[in-house]
Write a protein that binds this ligand. Structure first.
Ligand SMILES: Cc1cc2nc3c(=O)[nH]c(=O)nc-3n(C[C@H](O)[C@H](O)[C@H](O)COP(=O)(O)O)c2cc1C
Length: 353
């Protein structure tokens, strides 16, 4: 694209607009990703909840539905990250996005194969680290964002990271419209990433009754809890979340064991592989084994709500921005609207000097 909305992100990835539909477990599947890509945004397929074979099938399905570039989000610490990277390279996926910082070797392997590497980070020092290792860009998520999150707001974290690294920075956490895009560009970002906003489109496969709960939520109905997997996780406050916060250690360990077993079946991981993944998670972090075990809670509780519609026994990861969203446009309507709003917001700015 030419004009004010051509950025380092559009140049780097070949997408039309500087908008990213972020990787969301159980949500960012082939249908949403191809709709985002066809709308001119960078759609990112979430792969942590898929087996390697499912990932290859999902990538092929996206390719069958769009010729536009797209990306795959993966966990750098997964025991089978190598196999997933092979799928990305063999299938000619344009972008690899990481939920946790990938190793220097992994970055080099992807870049050698011509894949654009964009890790997601929540702190300046992580951005500095992956930039030094050769990442092409970073996505920085502020505390208002959905899913696992930090406690520094986008308005503080974004300029801090923009000043710290000399690779393009994509801003995420709290964005839903064209004003936000212009504000992010003004901060020095190369584009915006949005999760909750794309979850709430007619192209997302989340059950309608579940989308209705997000639409009904106000800003204060979105909370952060550590009771799902020991890490701060932003989600809609529900009776289930209240129950998780009240339940004792024995109940949560039992639940974690049950979920670890179910997750093993979902992703095709063996028990030894889960233990290896757990060791990788623990490495360098102050995590206890029970916290590592709890990690399997996240995908299973998200699946219950976002796939099966069981919001009574599952959780709904969400950004605070759910409180501002009250419609379900298609991805194409959404992206066109955001770009039109961005033009209007730019024109409404006071003329310089
Ligand atoms: C339902 C849901 C699932 C998510 N799953 C993942 C994931 O699997 N991997 C990841 O890197 N980020 C995940 N995230 C975080 C998003 O990719 C993104 O960074 C975040 O939603 C941005 O904030 P926003 O919701 O305010 O737009 C998830 C977010 C939501 C709302």
């Amino acid at each position: 694209m030419s004009g004010p909305f051509r950025t380092a992100l559009t140049d780097l990835t070949g997408v039309r607009y500087p908008i990213v539909q972020t990787g969301m477990g159980w949500v960012a599947g082939p249908r949403l990703v191809s709709a985002s890509a066809n709308a001119g945004a960078l759609g990112i397929l979430a792969s942590a909840t898929m087996t390697v074979d499912q990932l290859r099938a999902a990538v092929r399905e996206v390719k069958a539905r769009t010729s536009a570039p797209f990306g795959v989000n993966l966990r750098a610490d997964a025991g089978d990250a190598d196999e997933r990277v092979r799928v990305i390279v063999e299938e000619g996926v344009r972008v690899a996005s990481f939920a946790l910082a990938p190793s220097k070797e992994l970055i080099a392997r992807l870049k050698d194969a011509g894949v654009v590497v964009i890790p997601s980070i929540g702190a300046r020092r992580h951005a500095e680290k992956v930039a030094a290792w050769g990442a092409d860009a970073v996505m920085v998520q502020g505390g208002e964002g959905g899913g696992h999150t930090g406690d520094v707001a986008t308005t503080v974290l974004l300029p801090q990271v923009v000043d710290a690294v000399d690779i393009p920075v994509i801003a995420a956490g709290g964005f839903h419209d064209g004003r936000g895009l212009v504000a992010a560009l003004a901060f020095g970002a190369a584009g915006v990433g949005m999760g909750t906003r794309f979850l709430l489109t007619s192209d997302s496969t989340v059950p309608d009754a579940v989308k209705a709960k997000y639409l009904a939520a106000g800003v204060k109905d979105v909370t952060v809890t550590t009771q799902v997997d020991g890490l701060p996780h932003r989600m809609l406050r529900t009776a289930m979340v209240d129950a998780l916060e009240r339940s004792g250690r024995a109940a949560s360990t039992l639940r974690a064991l049950r979920h670890a077993s179910a997750f093993r079946k979902e992703t095709g991981a063996s028990w030894p592989q889960l233990v290896r993944d757990g060791l990788a998670m623990k490495h360098g972090k102050e995590l206890t084994w029970s916290q590592v075990l709890l990690a399997a809670n996240t995908p299973m509780l998200l699946k219950a709500s976002l796939v099966e519609g069981r919001t009574d026994i599952g959780v709904m990861a969400s950004g605070q921005v759910a409180g501002l969203i009250d419609d379900l446009p298609s991805c194409s309507e959404l992206v066109e609207r955001i770009m039109a709003e961005a033009q209007t917001a730019l024109r409404a700015l006071p003329a310089p000097g």
